[in-house]
Design a protein around this ligand. Structure first.
Ligand code: A4P
Ligand code: MG
Length: 180
């Protein structure tokens, strides 16, 4: 009799349920942001019931919102997951908490922010979760990293990412470090 290892059991469950392709925004501007972003990427690589697909370069960006805070490191990762949207949010918030996230000021400095940009083609708005992410269409630190890993992407509303980029100035966004 063959004995299933834990990994095989997970694979079996995943294959039966099917995956949703998701894009997760990573942001940090406290406590060594580059290290925070890399630690978050490592956590996403091993996320339960999920497969890690790709991640953009790390980008340096000027803060949106209160200006008296450090510059940010931003990136976007792509995963396939069997987690339901709210389960994915729970898992991402657990990673944020493990990396010392303290929620004080809205749009204020943070060790780690993980936002669900897209969950498959889902469009949903609940008290805890809105997808697509409400601000993704205007933010250069989201759209450019996203285009690096998914240049042909179409949003659930039908808009092409390439068209959104045409209306989104880069501001001071710069590639900081390659993650490959
Ligand atoms: N929530 C709803 N929808 C989502 C979603 N799609 N993904 C809820 C993640 N969370 C979602 O988020 C507040 C609540 O939003 C969560 O409890 C969740 O239930 P939060 O992370 O606790 O607070 P926040 O991040 O301060 O608020 P918010 O509105 O999410 O801020 P943003 O939009 O994340 O912006 N400047 C640069 N250059 N780079 C940045 O990454 N980030 C921010 C924060 C400000 N300025 C920035 C950057
Ligand atoms: Mg957030």
């Amino acid at each position: 009799m063959s004995v299933l290892k834990k990994h095989d059991i997970n694979e079996h469950i995943i294959n039966k349920q099917g995956y949703s392709r998701c894009y997760v925004a990573i942001g940090s501007n406290l406590a060594d942001p580059v290290a925070q972003a890399k630690e978050a990427i490592t956590a996403l690589e091993t996320l339960t019931a999920s497969r890690f697909i790709s991640v953009s370069s790390l980008y340096a960006s000027k803060p949106m919102g209160p200006q008296e805070q450090p510059d940010y490191i931003n990136a976007v990762a792509c995963i396939d997951t069997c987690l339901a949207p709210i389960e994915l949010l729970d898992a991402l918030q657990q990673i944020e908490n493990e990396q010392g996230r303290v929620r004080k000021e809205h749009w204020g400095a943070r060790t780690l922010d993980l936002d669900i940009l897209l969950y498959g083609d889902e469009i949903m708005s609940t008290p805890r979760l809105t997808v697509p992410h409400y601000g993704m269409k205007e933010r250069e630190f989201v759209l450019y990293p996203l285009a690096e890993i998914a240049p042909q992407l179409q949003l659930p509303c039908g808009q092409a990412l390439s068209v959104l980029l045409e209306d989104c100035p880069r501001n001071d966004l710069a590639i900081y470090q390659n993650t490959k």
